[in-house]
Ligand binder design. Sequence first.
Ligand SMILES: C[S@@+](CC[C@H](N)C(=O)[O-])C[C@H]1O[C@@H](n2cnc3c(N)ncnc32)[C@H](O)[C@@H]1O
Length: 264
Amino acid sequence: MKEQAHKRLNVGCGFDYRPGYVNVDMHQRHGPDVVADVLDLATFPSGFYEELVAQDVLEHVARSDVRRALFEWNRVLAVGGQIFVRTTELGGLVRALEAPEHQGIYDQERLIQNVFGTQAYQGDFHLSGFTEPLFRFYMWEAGFEVSSITLHQGVFLDAHARKLNDLGFELDRADTPAPAFVSQLFRAVLGREPNPEELRQETAALDGTSRRSLIMKLLLSDERKEIMARRVPPFPRALHRPGLLRRVARRAKRLVKAAVAPLR
Ligand SMILES: C[S@@+](CC[C@H](N)C(=O)[O-])C[C@H]1O[C@@H](n2cnc3c(N)ncnc32)[C@H](O)[C@@H]1O
């Protein structure tokens, strides 16, 4: 099976065919090993891959599908597996567009192309864009621990991360009876038991849909989004940090505030 020829995936490979990887693209013309949508790697096994490269592809996914893409990439990776994402960084793009040295028409067109994509064929349009805080949030929400974020050519975000946990996809692998599976899944994804109606409905739905689809449905639910938004930790900042002087001034202001607080 081509999908399991290697333990490394290169999704949205385009012409960047990487030996030693299973190269995946939606277009046959790029000569990938497997033609597939990066949002639905249905024929790829769960928890199998040690590395996934997604270079210049996440911005081609509709904004409303970014979570789905990252959850799907989580699913195929083994716990501890590495992920590399390169995608457009809007802060860098805005700065570059405003920079005095990029005011020539050629440079402006090139940067605008980085925002919206080359638009040469279907799949070649940019449908989403990222900032560091938002990107870090999506990765955290999808069970990844980011180890580094750097700026590439001033306008792309390069991120290395590691998969921390299975998000509930591990339940798909166990041979649990349907009602017990539904209960376990609700606990794993939403941190609560299903109510009797949910238990009945979702158990019945499993006759016509896969367990994997139900896992994705709960991961994408508004309820989980709200839970995660409430738990969001403070993320470090690596890109576009304020200059040294501004950082020193902010720290001094915080120290003065803390010193005078007990006097009030
Ligand atoms: C800008 S190219 C990047 C190619 C390569 N990764 C690189 O870094 O040179 C984006 C590629 O993603 C592919 N692509 C876009 N959306 C996709 C999707 N939903 N599923 C699979 N491939 C997709 C396009 O066909 C295209 O080959």
